[in-house]
Design a protein around this ligand. Structure first.
Ligand code: PLP
Length: 243
């Protein structure tokens, strides 16, 4: 059985965060090793409270998760605004396990979940960074623009910060087709599927976790991203059918 280390926040509404990450990991029949960075009180429309777990407690959780059988992949989601980002980066450096970093800066209701500054150390060691269109613009200090040339500029800026590859998610774009754009080494790959109209929370977290689950099974990165997108499409379509 493969093991996936899931570092992120809890969401009491169940729509996003660690509960979603664990559900995805269960779908892959991998073992989830959860590390809690923040406890949040949320409804589906508002973040009411955020309690940040002290950095030393996060570090202790990560070290314990590596102590017996180490994980095969790591997904990092919400880290908060304090010292957690640097503590996590320190605890993960030199582990030699692929890291998928989902830079969740804000909830859809607009509350700050992670601070861009607190993510810099993690971006520097990420195997794959998975920003949405807004996060890609913000983290690369550019303005929002969903056009191919600009996305290349933003991805290159993020790769210069250390991320080995960048997957810019097109879910917040418009049009009938939704494309995610993967920038690795010198190449760019697009993964495009029909846009599904149902808006579900937690799709960003789930996609990043699905990529981590694919990498845990030793899939090459491009394959992992393509398969994870298909997994998400089926998940959203399933919810569409049941709506
Ligand atoms: N809460 C937590 C703990 C999360 O990790 C995330 C996203 O990863 C969110 C909230 C944001 O979810 P949404 O954008 O669907 O509100």
């Amino acid at each position: 059985m493969k093991r996936v280390l899931l570092i992120g926040g809890t969401d009491s509404s169940g729509g996003a965060g660690l509960a979603r990450d664990i559900a995805v990991t269960n779908d892959y029949r991998h073992l989830a090793k959860p590390v809690v960075t923040c406890v949040t009180a949320q409804t589906n429309t508002a973040v009411r409270l955020i309690h940040e777990v002290p950095a030393a407690v996060i570090t202790a959780q990560i070290n314990a998760a590596f102590a017996d059988t180490p994980p095969d992949a790591i997904k990092v989601g919400m880290v908060g605004t304090g010292a957690a980002g640097d503590a996590i980066a320190d605890a993960l450096t030199s582990r030699n396990v692929p890291i998928v970093l989902d830079p969740v800066l804000k909830s859809s209701s607009g509350r700050t979940l992670s601070d861009a500054g607190s993510l810099q150390g993690l971006i520097a060691i990420a195997t794959l960074l998975t920003p949405n269109l807004e996060e890609a613009a913000r983290l690369s200090n550019r303005t929002f623009a969903n056009c191919d040339a600009e996305l290349s500029v933003q991805a290159e800026a993020l790769r210069k910060k250390g991320a080995k590859a960048v997957l810019i998610k097109g879910g917040h774009g418009c049009g009938d087709i939704c494309c995610d754009h993967l920038f690795d080494t010198l190449d760019r790959h697009r993964f495009c599927l029909p846009r599904l109209t149902l808006h579900k929370r937690g799709t960003g977290c789930s996609l990043a976790t699905a990529v981590a689950c694919e990498l845990a099974s030793d899939r090459p990165l491009r394959d992992a991203c393509r398969r994870a997108k298909n997994y998400m499409q089926n998940w959203i379509a399933g919810h569409d059918r049941n709506a």
